[in-house]
Write a protein that binds this ligand. Structure first.
Ligand code: ASP
Length: 322
């Protein structure tokens, strides 16, 4: 949409809702330059890499993809990519998605043996007519695209899985607040264009074949270049049930700041999910003006923000306190 048309649309929205065109997007104080936001403390490393990519002339889509790639490729991170915690049968299965400024998106789910699922998701977006590939089909596609087949289960994670199996003694694990460390990243370049991605090995000890929110466009990630972008971490089932990230973006469209939008959706999930005190769910969001926000159910959620040339870890506000 050209900018004049967009301004008129915003003005119309403003008069209908009582918000001015600018405050409809929370643009009290636009932030200059790139802004990169990602989940958890590991986001600091990912943001540094993402910023480097932008500085060396990469697109905002390159920036989010390459940013999270370094976390996927790190075997010491137990919740993303290689070294991820296995499912109940001992298989590491990965979920990821990516979305750009043109509303294009790609996704892979229940993908095994590939270290960088987010890059496969990008290939799905760019080299096929589809949005989502899963399981064997996703693996076949990845190999055809030149990705290498690798062993994702590390010795360390295998030992942890064996212990957990013994503890469970045939039981299905309860839902809990542990092992929620998906990396989701949303970014805006200096021209104001947005992209995002999300990548995870999912909930530890999940049933074989389980897919969480992270590869689901609208749940684990949503980007609308006219408004903003959001991504999620935590108990994926609750995020899917509430179309979490799409709702955060929709609230920003209707005038909430990123912070207000994240808080409202976390509260909505808490109202609707009976055992909400037993789960963690966190969102981060960024709007077109470069404003950011984050909120979670449980204390302990952190996110990383690169803005104005500074990269910092932010302790999220939460509904519950320890
Ligand atoms: N959201 C992810 C999932 O449910 C898990 C996480 O964030 O740790 O698969």
């Amino acid at each position: 949409m050209n900018s004049r048309r967009r301004f008129l649309t915003l003005s119309a929205l403003g008069s209908a809702t009582g918000f001015s065109a600018l405050s409809a997007f929370g643009q009290k104080k636009p932030v200059d330059g790139p802004v990169i936001l990602s989940t958890w403390n590991m986001g600091l490393r990912a943001n540094d890499r993402a910023y480097e990519v932008l500085q060396s002339g990469g697109s905002v889509l390159d920036c989010v993809e390459k940013g999270v790639n370094i976390i996927e490729s790190d075997p010491n991170v137990g919740t993303v990519g290689i070294g991820g915690f296995p499912d109940i049968d001992g298989n590491v299965t990965l979920d990821a998605c990516i979305m750009d400024q043109n509303q294009s998106c790609g996704s892979v789910a229940f993908l095994q043996h590939i270290v960088n699922p987010v890059s496969v998701a990008r290939k799905v977006m760019e080299n096929t007519k589809h949005v989502m590939l899963v399981g064997e089909g996703a693996l076949k596609f990845a190999l055809e695209q030149g990705f290498k087949r690798e062993m994702l289960l590390t010795e360390k994670r295998l030992a942890a899985w064996k212990n957990r199996k013994k503890e469970l003694d045939g039981q299905i694990p309860e839902i809990n607040v542990e092992n929620h460390d998906t990396i989701g990243m949303v970014a805006r370049d200096a021209d104001g264009n947005l992209s995002g991605c999300c990548t995870t090995s999912g909930a530890g000890m999940k049933l074989h074949g389980r897919v969480g929110d992270s590869p689901i466009i609208g749940a684990g990630l949503y980007v609308d270049n006219d408004v903003g972008a959001a991504t999620a971490t935590g108990w994926g089932e609750a995020v899917i049930e509430n179309a979490g990230s799409a709702m955060v973006v929709e609230l920003m469209r209707h005038g909430r700041s990123p912070q207000e939008a994240c808080e409202e959706i976390v509260k909505r999930i808490a109202n609707k999910f009976e055992r909400w005190k037993d789960i963690q769910v966190g969102f981060i969001a960024l709007n077109k003006a470069g404003e950011t926000g984050g909120f979670a159910i449980q204390e302990g959620f952190t996110y990383a923000r690169h803005s104005g040339g500074q990269n910092e870890a932010i302790k999220s506000k939460s509904l519950l306190r320890k």
